[in-house]
Write a protein that binds this ligand. Structure first.
Ligand code: PMP
Ligand code: GLN
Length: 413
């Protein structure tokens, strides 16, 4: 194995998907819904499969099926208030994963520094290393702006700490809003601060916005590409899996100015080349339908967060009730909670993992029957101790599953 993969051998997803298989439990681990996508989305795929256009079962344009890049271009042109050229400023990828990969590998050179905000979606670090770059980390700190609210917004970037990370070697910063796993939605002041540093140091902003539609009131999703002077230095990443609740379709996209997108195209053409045509055609139809309904209650982009807010409130209450201390998310479909008040009731002696959150989640899966994800997976080695008391639950699940989890956890308490 090439040395650049050292330290990236273990993946929490590989390990915990196996754990779920080995110990059947209520799975609140990996992020995916246990219910179906909107009807029109599956109906579209059916129409593509059964339709007369047999060419939809063959390769399509490498940088993105034309009907899909046009639909995505149309939607985001409206959202960012700028005309996007779908043929040069949008790339369709194998999930947001590949969009991240093509962006990082296409821009980061040997020795370049990339700033990553912790907790971070775990693949950022290995991707930066794989590109020959050096990841520089900054954890969100518990520093409420006013009175603590109990929400993810109490966790903020220390401005001095962030400013000190930027230097002449900084190539990029990776922003993830709404953030996985905390569910922090960055506000205008925070984004403006990041944007000003990017402009000062001529740094690329890689903005992972896969949860852009899952934001709870009164918070709103702000696209950093819309801030003055940021379009020209931002690549924004999205995911069909998160947008339409079809994580198994593994389709994503990146958009940004054509000079920056060119580098992603080069990585993509030499690696994936072209994504699945039927999936892209079906997604194009799905986007077209949502664009028609945009702004109405029927539009999935607006109905989804409403539906999820009820689930969020339920799981917040449930976790508090069993004695954990949740950080209330303002976006996304994960909730992180401090389990330490319950630790004395768990016998972790049989588990051998280095970090306590791994030992606790494994014990909880095997003995209690609820699977959650250890949050040290979202920190670099040096900062893992910050997260040993925290675990992440996914609440994109049917109500009865969440209730069942509550019952099981209550019994243990
Ligand atoms: N970024 C974040 C923050 C994620 O949580 C995920 C998982 N959905 C991805 C990227 C990857 O998305 P996809 O499944 O579309 O590859
Ligand atoms: N984004 C999802 C999560 O955070 C899935 C991650 C994965 O399967 N690699 O749970």
């Amino acid at each position: 194995l090439p040395a650049r993969f050292a330290g990236s051998v273990k993946s929490v997803w590989v390990e915990y998907i196996q754990l779920a298989q080995d110990f059947p439990s209520i799975n609140l681990g990996q992020g995916f819904p246990d219910f179906g996508p909107p009807d029109h989305v599956t109906q579209g795929l059916k129409e593509v499969a059964e339709g007369e256009n047999v060419l939809l079962h063959q390769y399509t344009r490498g940088f993105g099926h034309v009907r899909l890049v046009k639909a995505i271009g149309k939607l985001y042109s409206k959202l960012i208030n700028r005309e996007i050229d779908p043929m040069n400023e949008v790339l369709i990828t194998a999930g947001a994963y590949e969009a991240l990969y093509s962006t990082i590998v296409g821009h980061v050179d040997d020795g370049d520094e990339v700033i990553i905000i912790e907790p971070f979606f775990d693949c950022y670090e290995p991707m930066v290393k794989n590109a020959g770059g050096i990841a520089k980390f900054i954890p969100l700190r518990f520093k409420p702006k006013g009175e603590p609210t109990g929400h993810a917004s109490d966790w903020t970037l220390d401005k001095d700490e962030l400013s000190k990370l930027f230097n002449a070697k900084t190539k990029a910063i990776i922003l993830n809003t709404p953030n996985n796993p905390f569910g922090k939605v960055f506000d205008m002041e925070e984004l403006q601060f990041i944007a000003d540093l990017c402009k000062k140091w001529n740094v690329l902003c890689i903005s992972d916005e896969v949860y852009e539609w899952i934001v709870y009131k009164p918070h709103t999703h702000i696209r950093i590409a819309t801030l003055p002077g940021m379009w020209e230095r931002t690549i924004t990443i999205g995911s069909a899996g998160k947008t339409f609740s079809v994580t198994g379709w593994k389709a994503g996209w990146a958009y940004g100015p054509s000079n920056l997108m060119k580098n992603l195209q080069i990585v993509h053409q030499n690696c994936v080349y072209c994504c699945a045509t039927p999936i892209q055609e079906a997604l194009a139809m799905a986007f077209e339908k949502e664009i028609e309904k945009f702004g109405t209650d029927d539009c999935y982009f607006f109905s989804l967060p409403k539906e999820l807010e009820t689930k969020r409130d339920y799981i917040v209450g449930m976790l508090k009730d069993v004695g954990m201390k949740p950080i209330i998310p303002d976006g996304g479909y994960f909730i992180v909670a401090d389990y330490s008040p319950l630790e004395s009731k768990a016998d972790l002696s049989k588990e051998t993992d280095k970090y306590k959150d791994y030992r606790f989640t494994k014990w909880m899966t095997k003995e209690i029957g609820v699977l959650a994800i250890p949050t040290t997976a979202f920190y670099n080695e040096a900062n893992k101790p910050l997260a040993e008391n925290l675990v992440r639950f996914c609440f994109m699940k049917k109500e009865d599953k969440l209730q069942k989890a509550g019952e099981v956890l209550r019994k243990w308490k």
